[in-house]
Write a protein that binds this ligand. Structure first.
Ligand code: NAD
Length: 375
């Protein structure tokens, strides 16, 4: 099998998840291109070396600019905070590399647009890591909608709740700093709900929004006796109108005690409904009007049959998969697109469209009125 050399920038949460995906994708999915885990890049030499040993990378580096310009690198994977996405992606595209970037694409709409322009001009493969699209139950929802089994889609209700910053003593990490993260719960987790909404229901035409920061100062990470200002939202809510005529709500919070990674959506159509919850990601709740009246009701499908999307290479039915598998599926489709010389979805175009929705929600919240998205 021909192989491609991967450079991964960033080695913490997503760095670990992506490394695992590169290791697993070959044995299970047998892509036409085998990813070779060539170089891991971070800022602190000892930490990068330790991570490379742990995850299985051949080499380490601390200068991403040098790495993305190396002749032997084919794919640059950006798993750093949002403030470095644009610079790295644009440099990688200019060097002719395929680019795989974590979400949100950039920290602002103009940044995301510049990234899209760079990959388009270079003619390279590009993808954004909205991995939740590739959950078998989410793909099954897409199939049900495309087959018309839910009828005309009327409602999308997306809720993404976490609770890791409810403690006021939780420090001022990069995710609470606008300069580094772009926004708070909005760009961090509502961005995923927006992607799923766009994937399943279509483009968003108009939004109204609200942002709230409940805890406005927090202890500094390196000096807990001092505090600094939180410059992003703790929670965001939005009303959305889709181009199709459907309406929806998208709510995200990192201040919902007890909710760990409660990424849920419900879709109601004229002929039926579906409901999904990431914390039970192997299941999809479905309701069909066509079922016989006295036995009609929501039922739970265990989405682990070999005919379900992405399930065949894994285990026998009922042998469930987890969070990390979503990255394996994403990386598989990226590698196949690279083999074909095409651009998979979601790509930087999706990243820009997502970023415009994030920007519109921020604008709507600031102005306290509806904001239309340009076509
Ligand atoms: N797809 C998902 O479900 C998902 C989940 C979590 C995070 N993310 C996204 O992944 C990205 C990274 O988040 P994370 O949770 O892995 O963060 P993290 O803090 O766990 O890791 C960030 C890594 O980037 C490195 N880094 C930071 N600035 C850098 C720079 N200028 N040059 C080189 N390395 C740098 C850090 O040393 C660290 O290794 C963010 O864009 C985030 O929104 C996506």
């Amino acid at each position: 099998m021909p192989s491609i050399n991967v450079a991964l920038i960033g080695y913490a949460f997503m760095g670990k998840a992506h490394s695992n995906a590169y290791r697993q994708v070959g044995p299970f999915f047998k892509p036409r291109l085998t990813p070779r885990m060539k170089v891991l890049c971070g800022r602190t030499p000892a930490k990068v070396r330790a991570a490379a040993r742990e995850y299985g990378w051949e080499e380490t580096a601390t200068d991403w600019e040098e790495v993305v310009n190396r002749k032997d690198i084919d794919l640059v994977d950006i798993s750093t905070p949002g403030d470095s996405h644009a610079e790295i992606a644009i440099a990688a595209a200019r060097a002719g590399k395929a680019v795989f970037c974590e979400k949100p694409l950039g920290n602002t709409v103009p940044e995301a647009e510049r990234m899209l322009a760079a990959v388009t001009k270079a003619g390279v493969t590009h993808m954004i890591c909205h991995n939740y699209r590739r959950i078998p139950a989410v793909m099954l929802t897409k199939q049900l909608i495309e087959q018309g089994q839910l009828g005309e889609i009327r409602h999308f209700r997306g809720t993404y709740l976490q609770d890791w910053i409810t403690d006021p003593k939780f420090p001022l990490v990069w995710r609470l700093d606008k300069k580094q993260a772009g926004s708070g719960a909005l760009g961090d987790i509502a961005a995923h709900s927006i992607d799923v909404a766009r994937f399943l229901v279509g483009e968003i035409a108009e939004v109204a929004g609200d942002l709230k920061t409940f805890i406005t100062t927090r202890p500094l990470l390196d000096n807990p006796r001092k505090t600094g200002r939180v410059t992003v939202d703790d929670a965001s809510t939005a009303l959305v109108r889709f181009k199709s005529g459907a309406i929806g709500t998208i709510e995200a919070s990192r201040m919902a005690p007890g909710r760990k990674n409660y990424n849920r959506f419900e879709i109601n159509g004229s002929l039926g409904s579906v409901a999904f919850d990431l914390e039970r990601m192997n299941e999809l709740e479905v309701y069909f009007e066509k079922d016989k009246p006295l036995v009609r009701g929501f039922r739970r499908i265990l989405v682990t049959e070999s005919g379900h999307p992405f399930m065949k290479p894994w285990w026998p039915p009922g042998h469930i998969i987890g969070y990390e598998h979503t990255f394996v599926h994403t990386v598989y489709d990226l590698l196949e697109a690279m083999a074909d010389g095409t651009v998979p979805t979601p790509n930087f175009e999706d990243g820009v469209r997502n970023q415009r929705v994030l920007g519109a929600i921020e604008k709507a919240a600031a102005r306290r009125r509806w904001v239309a998205l340009n076509p």
